[in-house]
Design a protein around this ligand. Structure first.
Ligand code: ADP
Ligand code: S3P
Ligand code: MG
Length: 170
């Protein structure tokens, strides 16, 4: 089973992807890490050097040309489903699982996160919540195309597995 975790920045794709892969005893891959390997630059470095448009092209190329194992959990970057035909590609190459979380929760996670997310341009507090609300509204139509949706605030390995099993039974 090949599972793509999708959702807004800070919803926990990287964190939960590792846990889910380890519980299922299958490999874990993170699209941002693959982009780092492919380009030799971190995501913030790449944004600074080449800008977002180039990043989106590289992101699509790395996603759609990766030789993903048949069984794997792949955490994607929050923007990946929202550009080109990436969402359809993921739906046809595995099971996309959308991790849905409220803007308030996302903001508090992102404010405390160590990793730099260039799309946020350093926003904090109310400006960050406002930005997330707007961006989420824009992205939600893409995320909602996922085969499986799991909703926060709490996630667990069991929650992912039972949502995927429900989908497979349909
Ligand atoms: N269940 C959780 N409870 C509290 N903090 C969390 C939880 N899951 C993730 N985080 C924190 O939220 C931030 C974003 O998580 P991350 O897995 O990097 O999200 P994503 O890959 O979706 O952007 C990290 O600082 C992480 O430690
Ligand atoms: O939502 C986005 O546009 C992005 C999300 C990031 O990944 P995470 O969702 O893992 O933070 C990373 O790909 C890049 O900073 C852009
Ligand atoms: Mg991540």
């Amino acid at each position: 089973m090949r599972i793509f975790l999708i959702g807004f920045m800070g919803c926990g794709k990287t964190t939960w992807g590792k846990k889910l892969a380890s519980a299922l005893e299958i490999p874990f891959l993170d699209l941002d890490a693959l982009i780092r390997e492919h380009t030799g630059m971190t995501v913030p470095q790449y944004f600074q050097e080449f800008g977002e448009a180039r990043f989106r092209e590289t992101e699509r190329d790395v996603l759609q040309s990766a030789a993903f194992p048949e069984d794997a959990v792949i955490s994607t970057g929050g923007g990946a489903p929202c550009y080109f035909d990436n969402m359809d590609w993921m739906n046809s190459h595995g099971i996309a699982v959308y991790m849905s979380l409220s803007p308030g929760m996302l903001a508090s996670r992102l404010e405390n996160a160590k990793e730099v997310r260039p799309v946020l341009e350093g926003r904090k507090g109310e400006a960050l919540v406002q930005f997330i609300q707007e961006k989420l509204q824009e992205r939600e139509p893409f995320y909602s195309k996922a085969n499986v949706i799991v909703t926060g605030p709490e996630f667990s390995v069991e929650k992912f597995i039972s949502a995927i099993e429900d989908y497979q039974r349909k």
